[in-house]
Every structure is written in C-alpha cells, then in structure tokens.
Design a protein around this ligand. Structure first.
Ligand code: NAD
Length: 275
C-alpha cells in the first residue's frame, strides 16, 4: 500500500523545472516551491515592458531575486530572459536549460498578459498580444521543450489557464478565447504525450493576488479594491486567492498521487465555477 501522505508531496530531488513568467506573482511562488521540493529551476521572463499591456511587466531585478531565493534553498537556478512570443528566443532558452541543467522534468506555462475592453473595441495589437502570449506562447514553449520532457522519467506539464478558460467573462473576449485555447491545447497535448509518459494538466485560477490584478486595475482606471469586487462577486469564497494556493495545486499535480491525472483542469477559484 503506497504511503499516501508521502505521495501528495512531490519529491523533485534531481529534477529540473522550467517556469515561464517567473519574475513575480504566481510564477515566483511556483519557482520557490519547486526549489523547496528539490528541483533545480530555470526561471524565464520577458523582463521588459511591452506596448500591450500598459501595466509594467516583470523586471530583471525581480528575476534575479527569484534566482537568489532558489539558490538560498540549496538548488541551482538559471535566469532566462526571453519572450514567449518569439520562437528563436524560446528555442535559445530551452537550449540553455539543456546546456546548463542537463534535463527537463517539469514545464509550467504561466506567462500571460491581460487587457480589458468590449470585443469590438479591442485593437489588433491587444488581440495579438494576448493570444500570442497566453495561447501561442504555451504551444511554442512546449514545442521547444517536448524533446527534453519526453526523455524525463516522468515528464509533467502544467498550463496556467483561468476560470476564463471554461466560461466567458465580459470585456475579456481575447483573454477568454486564449484561455479556452489553453484548455483545448492541454487536452490535445495530454493525448499526444500519454504514450511518452508525460502528463499535461491545467490549473484554472480565480482572482489571484498578483501584480496582474493591480496592473489591470490601473489600466481600467480603477482601484485594486474595485477590480477585486468586480472579479470576486462570482466567487463563493469572496477573497482574493494568495498565489501560494495556486502553487499548492501545482505541487499536487507534480506529486506521485497525481500520476494518473492527465488532460485535467483543476480550478482554484473560490468556487466561481460552481455558479
Ligand atoms: N492574477 C489573476 O487574478 C489571475 C487569474 C486567473 C489566471 N491568471 C493566470 O495566472 C498566470 C500568472 O499570472 P500572475 O497573476 O502571476 O501575473 P503577473 O502579471 O504578476 O505575472 C506574469 C509574468 O509573465 C511575464 N510575461 C508577460 N509576457 C511575457 C512574455 N511575452 N514572455 C515571457 N514572460 C512574459 C511578466 O513579465 C510577469 O512577470 C497567468 O497565466 C494568468 O493569466 C491570473
């Protein structure tokens, strides 16, 4: 009889994890927890502001701080400055993972951006930025990583989608379309990778306390409290979710207890999807 308590906490000693969007927010929390679970961590972020969104993105200083925190936990860490919209930068990042860490066991596709407007007011630029980062970036990064993941004894891919991946929210049509795409991609990749022993799952966060929510508030000319009210009125548990609780779901998906879980979407959403 397997030890269930041991099985729900992953032991990632000797493994390597790559997290995109790693400089801050949920990505940062994932990197630190992966290191605590024993993994060496490749932390990837664009580390510069873009035309879309208007709010500031992660910085090189924040990425370096994540690297220092991983190293403080006794693990190796590699900072990777790359844009998940750029195939060459993504390919170079994966080449650096192989060269510096030698393998890849876990890929967490977390990088994303958000803007908000009725769909008829979205610019070409807003549409492209959100779809190319949030959906195509997941495909592009996984395509570049799949060779290494297949070589791992038990490769794991976790895509960070959103409750917007399975239902619509007004004034986020591009984000909703991209996140629905991530859910479909998760299922398609799970089917194609099952014979290689790689599991592919998605997490659907609700309203998470991160710079993305604060940035969105700024973009809409609202206070973070107003944005919280707007997003939270749907949740049964009306609280902003700490990033560490999304990390908790990630760790479970990486654990032995979840060995046979693939193609699944796990909501950490305060019950929003129950409505
Ligand atoms: N915050 C929420 O309420 C919420 C809710 C549901 C889902 N999510 C999802 O959770 C994930 C993490 O979001 P967060 O809340 O930590 O946001 P965040 O804005 O704090 O972090 C996102 C990180 O991604 C990086 N990034 C953006 N574009 C990139 C690109 N082209 N290439 C590489 N890196 C890039 C940013 O620099 C930033 O460090 C995202 O997939 C997001 O869609 C967030």
């Amino acid at each position: 009889m397997p030890d269930v308590r041991a099985a729900v906490l992953p032991d990632l000693t000797g493994q390597v994890a790559l997290v995109t969007g790693a400089a801050r927010g949920q990505g940062r929390s994932h990197c630190l927890a992966l290191a605590e679970a024993g993994a060496d961590v490749a932390a990837l972020d664009v580390c510069r502001d873009l035309e879309v969104p208007r709010y500031p993105l992660g910085t090189r200083a924040e990425l370096d701080e994540v690297v220092a925190e991983v190293e403080r936990r006794g693990r190796r860490a590699v900072p990777l400055v790359a844009d998940v919209r750029d195939p060459d930068e993504v390919a170079a990042a994966l080449a650096a993972v192989e060269a510096e860490l030698g393998r890849l066991d876990v890929l967490v596709n977390n990088a994303a951006v958000v803007t908000s407007a009725p769909f008829w007011e979205l610019s070409e630029q807003q549409w492209s930025a959100v779809v190319d980062t949030n959906l195509s970036g997941v495909w592009r990064t996984t395509r570049a990583a799949v060779g290494l993941l297949r070589r791992a004894p038990r490769g794991r891919i976790v895509n960070i989608a959103s409750t917007g991946g399975v239902r619509a929210l007004p004034e986020f049509a591009h984000y909703v379309a991209a996140k629905h795409g991530v859910v479909g991609l998760t299922r398609a990749m799970a089917i194609e990778l099952a014979s290689g022993g790689v599991t592919v799952n998605a997490i659907l966060p609700g309203a998470v306390d991160s710079p993305m929510l604060a940035g969105l508030a700024d973009e809409l000319g609202l206070t973070p409290q107003d944005v919280h009210k707007r997003w939270l009125h749907d949740q049964l548990l009306v609280e902003v979710i700490p990033p560490e609780e999304v990390t908790g779901a990630l760790l479970w998906l990486l654990s032995d207890a979840a060995r046979h879980v693939t193609g699944h979407c796990l909501a950490v959403d305060g019950g929003a999807l129950a409505r």
